[in-house]
Design a protein around this ligand. Structure first.
Ligand SMILES: *Cc1c(COP(=O)(O)O)cnc(C)c1O
Length: 182
């Protein structure tokens, strides 16, 4: 269960999304993920990535999902668009797997009016993502491009708005919690 953007991101790359059904939390069911791996491997299909979604602020079962993916030698990338500020066993959402995407769209936990961020603690992934997000421009004084890139950078004005929002994030999450309780 997710918003269409999760599947779109997969299709953009030329890959085919294979959906794994949810458990009672609404998030990816780890048992069904294991079954999907077995079925796809039987068909001789290559799995490149597992992309679980933290639906409505609930962080997925990373202990199991990440272990199943690791057993198959496949990285995990989280769609944490809806879970910024949430934690699982004291660990922040978007801190699991190789990287996680958060959204700053107008309907999210915090906003820059549009855009988002990719979070990772892998320096090589960060460099590669910045490269593709800035038109795949190579390091050269002239304009040199050898791969297809994207213009996915956030403008500095919107980033300034985001930094101010980030400072208020705990306050905004608390307000949401209060609204949820009443
Ligand atoms: C909002 C949302 C997105 C898309 O975020 P954008 O910033 O609009 O690209 C992706 N996945 C989920 C689960 C979302 O809720």
């Amino acid at each position: 269960m997710t918003f269409a953007a999760t599947a779109n991101a997969i299709v953009y790359t030329g890959a085919e999304p294979v959906f794994v059904d949810a458990d009672e939390t609404g998030n990816m069911n780890p048992d069904l993920l294991a079954e999907a791996f077995d079925a796809l491997e039987r068909e001789g299909r290559q799995v490149k990535l597992v992309l679980p979604v933290d639906l409505l602020g609930k962080v997925v079962n990373h202990a199991r999902i990440d272990a199943i993916a690791a057993d198959h030698g496949v990285p995990v990338l989280s769609d944490a668009a809806e879970s910024l500020g949430a934690t699982l066993d004291g660990r922040a959402s978007a801190s699991f797997g190789v990287a996680a995407a958060v959204s700053f769209n107008g309907n999210k936990i915090m906003t820059t009016s549009g855009g988002g961020a990719l979070l990772t603690d892998d320096v090589d992934v960060a460099k590669r993502v910045r490269y593709f997000a800035t038109q795949a421009r190579r390091r050269a004084v002239h304009y040199e491009h050898t791969e297809v890139g994207y213009n996915y950078r956030m403008s500095n004005l919107l980033a300034a708005l985001g930094r101010a929002q980030l400072a208020r994030l705990p306050e905004m999450i608390e307000r949401r919690r209060q609204l949820r309780l009443h």
